[in-house]
Design a protein around this ligand. Structure first.
Ligand code: PMP
Ligand code: GLN
Length: 382
């Protein structure tokens, strides 16, 4: 393995899920739902599967899916031409990697917000670029963007900035003011923004998802990425997409076509159906997840953790120190065996483990009885 990929030999999700299976633990580590998506979407996949949609789809994605993505993006007032400005990918993961490979190279720096989804660091490394990490800061009861830190991280070598909102693992949803600060920085320094919006529909209370591309000056310089996995409970389908200017989409496509070429033939028309017809289902998912957030947060607080607020995604972070632990990572490794629950330590998503070592992430995209069982088991930690 080449040195630049040596830090990336395994993922925390694979490791924790394996540990959960070994100890028959309730798995609140890896974030994936334990119920299926809308029946209409599943039917559409079945019909496509038996209707002959089993060969290579077109390179940019099936036209009806690109058209549905364009219609969906209109909800934010953002217009994209399905023929030149939309590319279907193998999940958001491929979209992120292909964007970085296509747009950055050795000598370039990519600004990444910490904690960051694990694939970002690996994808920046695969591109041969370097990451410059800026941490979120706890302020006013939430994890906020460190605008000054962000400004300081941008140099003459900075080519792109990667923004994830709603944010995994903290559950932060960036405010308009925070996004405006990012936009100002991008415009002043002529940076490309790559946005990971996979949790765009999973926002709670009065939080609002605002695509960075909709801010003044950002449409032409933003690669907006999302996927169907979280919105429609189909994380295994790996249908993602890129919306950007024709030039940026053409660049990402140049990389994408030699990574997977295409993928997910029969799932593409099913996701097109879902985007056009199943958003009411997704709205129900959102409200049910908000209840699950409250249910798990209350249980974790009862178990003795200090619970951090979550405005979006399906994750909640807790501080383990009130229970007498210093390092959430040590706790995460012994938790499946000790009480039969799996969670993920936040420090593995950072370059500064000391600063983040007290936080543990739990996923609440699970049936209520599963959440309750996890809480019952976690109460034994006291
Ligand atoms: N980005 C974030 C922030 C995620 O949490 C995930 C999770 N699964 C992904 C990207 C990957 O999305 P996909 O499954 O569509 O590749
Ligand atoms: N996105 C999911 C999470 O953060 C897991 C994805 C994966 O296993 N790579 O839990």
């Amino acid at each position: 393995l080449v040195p630049r990929l040596q830090p990336f030999t395994s993922t925390i999700f694979a490791e924790m899920t394996a540990l959960a299976v070994r100890h028959e633990a309730v798995n609140l580590g890896q974030g994936f739902p334990d119920t299926d998506g809308p029946a209409g979407m599943l039917d559409a996949a079945k019909n496509a599967l038996f209707g002959g949609a089993n060969q290579y789809p077109p390179g940019p994605g099936r036209p009806e899916l690109r058209a549905a993505i364009a219609r969906h993006r209109l909800r934010y007032g953002a217009e994209y031409d399905p023929d030149t400005e939309i590319l279907v990918t193998a999940g958001a993961t491929e979209a992120i990697a292909a964007s970085l490979i296509a747009l950055t190279q050795a000598g370039d720096e990519v600004v990444v917000i910490e904690p960051y989804y694990d694939s970002y660091a690996a994808a920046v490394a695969m591109a041969g670029a370097e990451r410059r990490v800026v941490g979120l800061v706890e302020r006013d009861g939430r994890f906020a963007l460190d605008v000054e830190g962000l400004r300081a991280a941008v140099s003459g070598r900075t080519r792109a900035i990667l923004i994830n909102s709603p944010h995994n693992p903290t559950g932060t949803v960036f405010t308009r003011a925070e996004l405006e600060a990012v936009a100002a920085l991008c415009v002043e320094n002529d940076l490309i923004a790559i946005t990971d919006e996979v949790y765009e529909h999973l926002v709670f209370d009065d939080a609002e998802h605002i695509p960075l591309a909709t801010l003044p000056g950002m449409r032409e310089r933003t690669v907006s990425i999302s996927s169907a996995g979280k919105t429609f409970n189909c994380t295994g389908w790996k249908i993602g997409w890129v919306c950007a200017s024709p030039e940026l989409v053409a660049a990402v496509k140049a990389a994408k076509q030699f990574i997977t070429f295409v993928s997910g033939g029969p799932f593409q028309p099913a996701v097109a159906h879902a985007l056009d017809h199943e958003l009411p289902w997704a709205e129900n998912l959102r409200t049910s997840l908000q209840d699950k957030r409250d249910r798990l947060a209350a249980g974790l607080a009862e178990a003795g953790f200090a619970v951090r607020p979550t405005a979006g995604t399906y994750f909640v972070c807790v501080d383990v120190r009130p229970l007498g632990f210093e390092d959430a990572s040590e706790l995460a490794w012994e938790l499946p065996e000790r009480v039969g629950v799996a969670a993920v330590p936040v420090k593995v998503f950072t370059d500064h483990p000391e600063e983040w070592k007290h936080l543990l992430r739990f996923a609440f995209c699970k049936r209520n009885e599963v959440i309750d069982e996890a809480v019952t088991r976690l109460r034994k930690l006291r």
